[in-house]
Design a protein around this ligand. Structure first.
Ligand code: HMG
Ligand code: MG
Length: 306
């Protein structure tokens, strides 16, 4: 392991539970409950948060009220509120909802891409032309996702070089950062090291983020590899809420509490209050009405006998 002095001193946590988390819930969550979750997370110190998706409701019904959620949230200065956006119609909605940031998304594998957005990868990039440039011109930040980087639920292994071409395309088009998705949570540490060797030799560190689903319990191990490679943005979902409706078997993202507990325990600052974050996890569990899997969420922040 790299000496502590070589690890970043600060990490930015990009919270995705109101979007990546809730999008997978089959029972419709009330709009006010989504707003409550966002506000509880921001209360805990989350400063970058994806609050919903401006996608087609018939594709992801749970996100139908993203516009309303954005309008109802009491905005806090210094917090970036983001929305997922697949096309020009999505940008139109994002602008009306007054988000600070939009996120475009494409998969490194054709089959997942087509199941997710009904387009080839090439058509998807074309659909981003009226999104990325105009969004930047309108003063929004634009983030990109490259999904299925560690493996595709339909095609299996994915060539990371294909993912790098897509990431470079998104950066050239105007994205400030690309988040690499282990969409179905199959990644292991040496694989992560190889992917990051490739990416860090081509892109500045600040342009790379990791979006790790924890389906097989390897997300934190992959975070450690990311830290050693100098990555300083990690996506996470409170209490481990979530999955992808078009990636069978995808579980929630790495739980935000597990990420923050580990980072803060390593002396890496996140700006997040873990106790309050744990409370936000209780809100998440209450609004979906089922037990959530995050480890710290279940065990508590500290439960050692005194
Ligand atoms: P389509 O059916 O091919 O497109 O869907 P279309 O242009 O024919 O539109 C179909 C209908 O949707 C039309 O309505 C459009 O107006 C409407 P109709 O005429 O039938 O009444 N429509 C929209 N409505 C609202 N907002 C919009 C919008 N666009 C069209 N923006 C489309 C293509 C891309 C729209 C669709 O496939 C879609 O919305 N897909 C989203 C899928 C999704 O959200 N997946 C989960 C997020 S990705 C993910 O989770 C991975 C990630 O977390 C990273 C990782 O884990 O790796 C990001
Ligand atoms: Mg995801």
């Amino acid at each position: 392991m790299a000496p502590a002095s070589k690890l970043p001193s600060h990490v930015s946590v990009y919270e995705v539970s109101p979007r990546d988390g809730l999008q997978n819930e089959s029972a419709q969550v009330a709009t006010h409950a989504k707003v409550r979750l966002v506000e509880a997370l921001v209360d805990a110190g989350i400063s970058r948060i994806e609050v919903g998706s401006f996608v087609a409701a018939k594709w992801v019904p749970q996100m139908v009220d993203a516009d309303e959620v954005c309008k109802m949230i009491e905005r806090r200065p210094g917090v970036t509120y983001a929305g997922l956006c697949p096309n020009a119609r999505g940008l139109h909605r994002a602008l009306a909802a007054n988000v600070d940031e939009v996120a475009v998304f494409v998969s490194a594998s054709e089959t997942h891409n087509s199941k997710n957005v009904n387009k080839t990868i090439r058509q998807t990039l074309k659909a981003f032309e009226p999104v990325i440039g105009p969004a930047v011109e309108a003063g929004l930040k634009v983030r990109g996702y490259v999904s299925t980087m560690w493996g595709c639920p339909y095609e299996g292994d994915v060539d990371p070089k294909r993912g790098l071409e897509l990431a470079e395309h998104l950066i050239d088009a105007g994205c400030y950062q690309v988040s690499l998705g282990d969409t179905i949570g199959v990644g292991t540490p040496i694989q992560t090291e190889k992917i990051l060797d490739l990416f860090t030799s081509a892109l500045p560190l600040a342009q790379i983020a990791l979006h790790l689903h924890d389906t097989r319990g390897t997300a934190l191990a992959n975070v450690l590899v990311g830290l050693q490679a100098g990555i300083t943005t990690f996506d996470a979902s409170v209490a481990g809420l979530g999955g992808c409706p078009y990636a069978p078997g995808a579980a929630g993202n790495l739980a935000t509490e597990d990420l923050v507990y580990t980072l803060e325990g390593m002396g890496i600052a996140t700006g997040i209050d873990l106790e309050k974050l744990w409370q936000a996890g209780q809100v998440a569990e209450a609004i979906v009405g089922r037990e959530l899997p995050g480890k710290v969420h279940r065990a508590g922040v500290r439960s050692l006998a005194k």
